[in-house]
Design a protein around this ligand. Sequence first.
Ligand SMILES: [Zn+2]
Length: 182
Amino acid sequence: MEITTVGELLHWSYANLVMAHAANTAKAEKYGRKQFMIRARLYSGLNKQTMNIGSLADDERLKIILPQACCYCGSREYLTIDHLIPTKRGGANSGDKLVWACRSCNSSKCARDALEWFDERNQFSPILLLRCYLKLAIEICRERDLMSVPLAEVPELPFSLGTIPRIYPSPNVLRLWITELT
Ligand SMILES: [Zn+2]
């Protein structure tokens, strides 16, 4: 798989995420032919703009079922608000970027990006957190007109393209969220 532009990288990761989510929901042990087809179709559709990512509003609704707990460690104590992708811009959509983080994770994470933080702990981000993160990343790059820019020529971004996963673990080791969802 040759990935040269920002859009290809983000679309590839998103298509893998949708595949991983479907396989994880189906309790599959590993990815099969059907799932690889879902991924290939979505990746190609996103690149050709005949398909689109799910709306951020889906993730907003998700907040109703997510427990009010730190999205990094699951603690329910000393919760603070953290920006999933910190942008200086703020504005009407900034609510989409807000997640719960306990005081301890918030201070140890500091200004680090959420994916960098999981990486350093040798953990793979929970699926639903990563989904929200990728949607935000795609939104930011679309706004800045960066989707067709080669990866080597990207200006500074509020998140790190280097931590966007290209390879996903098998579905049976992935988790939807840091804690059990009820
Ligand atoms: Zn925490």
